[in-house]
Design a protein around this ligand. Structure first.
Ligand SMILES: NC(=O)c1ccc[n+]([C@@H]2O[C@H](COP(=O)([O-])OP(=O)(O)OC[C@H]3O[C@@H](n4cnc5c(N)ncnc54)[C@H](O)[C@@H]3O)[C@@H](O)[C@H]2O)c1
Length: 336
């Protein structure tokens, strides 16, 4: 039986507590939050769980095997560092840390101590995303030409990170999982409308060596909740709408062909192909449950995580490049 502590019981932490608490083979022994009202509330839901406002108590507790960190990102590195130093398997919510340097330090520590270090890239555990990866890899869409991703909503405004660091980790982790490669360069533009210096609207563009082009729009300033990705291939197109209760994925048998050669402008005709639309059946499960199970499996079997430290680092590298590009008015930044 693995003993787990969850640190940070704000918006997201309670979802982790609920899932770990329901899984066999582990128990949530302790929950930690600096806000005592959050602990009081959670105590009403989980009366047997210990509560503390002091993170060091978690670190000193020899009975704890793993620590799950769901605090704002500025605390991730220090907490994860202490957790790994204390010999505990460590799960960090996305984004893994505030810089690539911090991520690399955590990866090295986890490797040295042979501990599991996992990042909360929830979408790589979701049925629709796994289905899209399968479809893309099968070649059904043809050569992937571009992906556009939109994650828009009114709020929730963060005080310490911009909207790209808050929302784009989801899109970036999905895209890296599906394409299985890093972009060669990125550009990012954005604007802060509500809090000075904290962009609430950003637009990231990424170029991949294989020719794929990706745009990611993130916003806390939109009247509608939009969670949509479009995958355009040379043969077919796919739309993933995560807000749809059913038929989240739709595949359109549509494409366009330019004529191979022509003699006069009058002869030039694009050929538009319109075919059927189909929506594959998806057996829905809660991605977070699959993610939490995976963390436990990796600890028990000493296996590599699907969203391990290196995957967390890849996302943070792109976010860091997005901040550099923003500071330079959208300049292209090479990813090394
Ligand atoms: N995987 C996902 O789909 C997903 C969704 C939402 C948020 N998140 C991530 O989860 C993390 C938390 O986000 P949130 O929206 O729940 O934030 P939040 O601000 O709602 O909650 C954070 C909690 O951490 C507590 N806290 C802050 N400093 C602390 C400290 N030093 N010691 C103990 N507790 C402390 C706060 O009191 C608060 O209750 C972020 O990294 C965020 O990106 C992930």
């Amino acid at each position: 039986m693995l003993n787990i502590a969850v640190v940070g019981c704000g918006y997201w932490g309670p979802n982790l507590i609920r899932n770990f608490n329901a899984l066999p083979g582990c128990r949530v022994k302790t929950i930690c939050d600096s806000d005592s009202s959050r602990l009081e509330h959670l105590k009403t839901l989980y009366p047997l769980v210990e509560t503390t406002g002091d993170f060091d108590r978690i670190i000193k507790d020899d009975k704890l095997d793993a620590v799950v960190i769901a605090t704002p990102v500025r605390f991730h590195f220090e907490m994860a560092k202490k957790s790994l130093e204390a010999g505990k398997h460590t799960f960090i919510e996305k984004p893994m840390a505030s810089s690539a340097t911090e991520c690399k330090k955590l990866i090295a520590m986890a490797e040295k101590k042979r501990l599991v270090l996992m990042t909360g890239h929830t979408f790589v555990y979701s049925t629709p995303i796994r289905k899209i990866k399968e479809i893309v890899e099968s070649g059904d869409l043809g050569q992937l030409q571009y992906i556009s991703s939109r994650r828009l909503n009114l709020g929730l405004f963060q005080k310490d990170i911009n909207v790209a660091w808050d929302l784009a980790p989801h899109d970036i982790s999905i895209i890296l999982y599906i394409l299985n490669e890093m972009p060669v360069s990125i550009n990012c533009q954005g604007k802060a409308h509500v809090n000075p210096n904290i962009e609430d609207v950003t637009s990231i563009a990424m170029d991949f060596a294989n020719g794929a082009f990706v745009t990611i729009q993130s916003s806390w300033l939109d009247p509608n909740k939009i969670r949509e990705m479009t995958f355009v291939g040379s043969k077919k197109m796919l739309i993933y709408n995560d807000v749809e209760p059913i038929e989240k994925i739709k595949i359109y048998d549509k494409h366009v062909e330019a004529p191979p050669h022509y003699d006069t402008f009058g002869e030039f005709q694009y050929s538009y192909h319109y075919g059927d639309m189909c929506s594959p059946y998806l057996k829905m499960t809660e991605p977070l449950k699959v993610e939490c199970e995976h963390f436990l499996d990796c600890i028990k079997n000493q296996t590599k995580c699907l969203s391990g430290g290196e995957d967390g680092l890849a996302v943070v590298k792109i976010l860091e490049a997005s901040s550099k590009s923003l500071a330079k008015g959208g300049a292209q930044i090479k990813i090394l």
